[in-house]
Design a protein around this ligand. Sequence first.
Ligand code: ZN
Length: 207
Amino acid sequence: MAFIKLDVAADRLGISLAYFRNLIDRADRKETVLDPDPTADFWTSTTAVIPERDLRTYENMLARRRFMRFREKFADVLIDHVELSCRPGWKSLLERVAERVRWMPSEWNVRLRKAREKSGYLVLGFEYDRDQQAACNEIERFREEIRLSSLSMCEECGRQARFRYSPSRSLTLCDRHARLAEPTLPGDGVMADPAFDEGLLSELPSD
Ligand SMILES: [Zn+2]
């Protein structure tokens, strides 16, 4: 079996070494990384290698994270170079958005412009005919519907999840992926919607 070093693999995948290490960690694949130096640490090792055949697995993983198939399948309701910056667990939400846009009246000229994770929930941006009041109302309502849905779906894997309140990175995650938002802040588990629940925090005992 052929092995290649991590930095070489990252290079061939067209990503940075730091991003590659993160990807391996998120996919729970750290055990597939071998290191001739038994004292080396996964996050800093310069000697770690992976089986070369695993490159294919990572290519597929990256394609999923970039929503390649989604972009092709729904090209008719996306603007060119649509921004999709969220993790792969929200793919079914993105599909719901695109399907719904297809059903909107064609005279509204609706296209998805961006789908971005912000403070743990999904924020959508659309291009559409803003002179049509019905379109404005429907899009505003729909953005809120999707935002609320995203607050119960793991952004990493799509499972049932809850909002995780974190100083560095608030995210909506399932129990299995909760570690990606660690450490959490006091108020984690109380706050369900960061857009409305900030007030709850002042009622927490401060110690
Ligand atoms: Zn998850």
